[in-house]
Design a protein around this ligand. Structure first.
Ligand SMILES: [Fe+2]
Length: 213
């Protein structure tokens, strides 16, 4: 038995996907190609703040739980300093974006957000690609299934299942969804049917009526 990395892979893809979509949205808002009334502006601000909180939580969990597990299991095989440096570089950018999102909800000027979210999407792409290239094979080779479960439990702690599950459904490939359903059992189908509608409505409000989640 080796650790199942699918959940992590989809969580990474969702972070990158949402950061990119928000960067495109902010650019279009800044250039006047889209507009936002009060309801939409508030939803956009909430969506950005939740994404920043999610990324921060994921990186804190990696620093505090996953890195120690890898260091204990794989010893000198891996050097995590560059990945930790990336986390430290991302933190002030996330704080900046949070402030800009709050400003946007009152001014409706998305230019600062457009620049910062584009930078976030680029940094996340590079960081996550490097992280998966460097540590996924090490996790598979050296980390025990029980240690990996602790990491996954820590990753789940503090996240909102009503948002996280439907987001997984959007960012998982069809064959991955089949695997997820096998891993999670029938409860996943029930929870998805409960939470899917709210998440999709929120996405349509944020990204526009033509975009289905
Ligand atoms: Fe990371």
């Amino acid at each position: 038995m080796t650790p199942e990395l699918l959940g992590f892979q989809i969580a990474h893809r969702a972070m990158r996907g949402e950061a990119r979509r928000l960067a495109v949205l902010a650019t279009e808002l800044a250039e006047g190609r889209q507009s936002a009334d009060t309801t939409r502006a508030t939803a956009i601000t909430g969506f950005i703040t939740a994404l920043c909180a999610g990324i921060h939580h994921h990186h804190t969990m990696e620093d505090e739980v996953l890195w120690p597990v890898i260091e204990r299991s794989a010893g000198a095989v891996v050097d995590l300093r560059e990945l930790s440096d990336d986390h430290s570089a991302l933190d002030p950018l996330l704080a900046e974006i949070n402030g800009q999102a709050v400003m946007f909800s009152s001014t409706r000027d998305a230019s600062a957000l457009a620049t910062s979210l584009t930078r976030l999407a680029e940094m996340l792409d590079a960081h996550i690609e490097e992280e998966e290239r460097l540590i996924f094979p090490i996790i598979t080779a050296y980390v025990s299934v029980s240690d990996w479960k602790r990491v996954e439990d820590a990753a789940r702690k503090g996240t909102d299942v009503r948002v996280d599950l439907p987001r997984f459904e959007v960012y998982a490939r069809p064959e991955e969804l089949v695997r997820l359903r096998k891993l999670a059992g029938p409860a996943l189908t029930v929870m998805l049917s409960l939470f899917r509608g709210g998440y999709r409505r929120r996405c349509r409000l944020v990204f526009g009526p033509l975009v289905d989640a």
